[in-house]
Design a protein around this ligand. Structure first.
Ligand code: SF4
Ligand code: SF4
Ligand code: SF4
Length: 181
């Protein structure tokens, strides 16, 4: 791992902090999480290694990588933790903080370049570089954009998909998540 990657991870971890809320695996609600026995099967099964334990419950750490929504965590779970009535999905979308470099006259489009579903586009702003515009209707919460942000400006917005008006852009809180633990 390069120093740069370490720095990004440290930034992310520093931003989230040890008391930060946790992010449920896809298809897991807070009610479902109560049935978790902390067996660790989902942790072992995750091909991108992003499931960790927080407070004895599985939690997604997007500083490690992205969720491909493969569903393997739910497939191996022996308990009624995951909603298997629908394909795996997150309830959250992401939110871009005011610290975004593009909002401070520094050209950066890393998040857009790494988004697999083109949920982030950039629009011109007067007298500065292009600025990010997130479409919460498209964002699936996969987290691929989090670890590539050089300053850790992207966080998780809990249960925000239905609440966020289409076109809501940078600004607001970061680092939130689906609370548990
Ligand atoms: S859906 Fe796949 S990639 Fe995402 S957390 Fe579960 S096992 Fe990991
Ligand atoms: S596999 Fe299921 S019961 Fe086991 S730790 Fe993961 S969520 Fe909990
Ligand atoms: S979390 Fe949303 S915006 Fe970020 S890469 Fe995934 S789909 Fe794209």
């Amino acid at each position: 791992m390069s120093d740069t990657q370490l720095t990004r991870r440290n930034i992310l971890r520093g931003r989230l902090g040890p008391q930060a809320p946790c992010v449920c695996p896809p298809g897991v609600s807070l009610d479902g999480l109560a049935a978790c026995t902390s067996c660790g099967a989902c942790v072992t099964a995750c091909p991108t290694g992003i499931i960790t334990f927080a407070g004895g419950k599985p939690s997604i750490d997007f500083s490690r990588g992205e969720c491909t929504l493969c569903g393997k965590c739910g497939d191996v779970c022996p308990e009624p933790v995951f909603d298997r009535s629908a394909p795996p999905a997150f309830d959250h979308v992401i939110r871009i903080a005011d610290s975004c470099l593009a909002l401070h006259r520094t050209d950066c489009q890393s998040c857009r370049d790494h988004c697999p579903v083109d949920a982030i586009r950039f629009e011109p702003q007067l007298g500065g570089p292009f600025r990010p515009l997130l479409d919460p209707e498209i964002c699936n919460g996969c987290g691929a954009c989090l670890s590539v942000c050089p300053i850790g400006a992207i966080g998780v917005a809990p249960l925000a998909r239905k609440d966020m008006a289409k076109g809501n852009i940078a600004g607001g809180s970061t680092g939130g998540g689906q609370m548990h633990g």
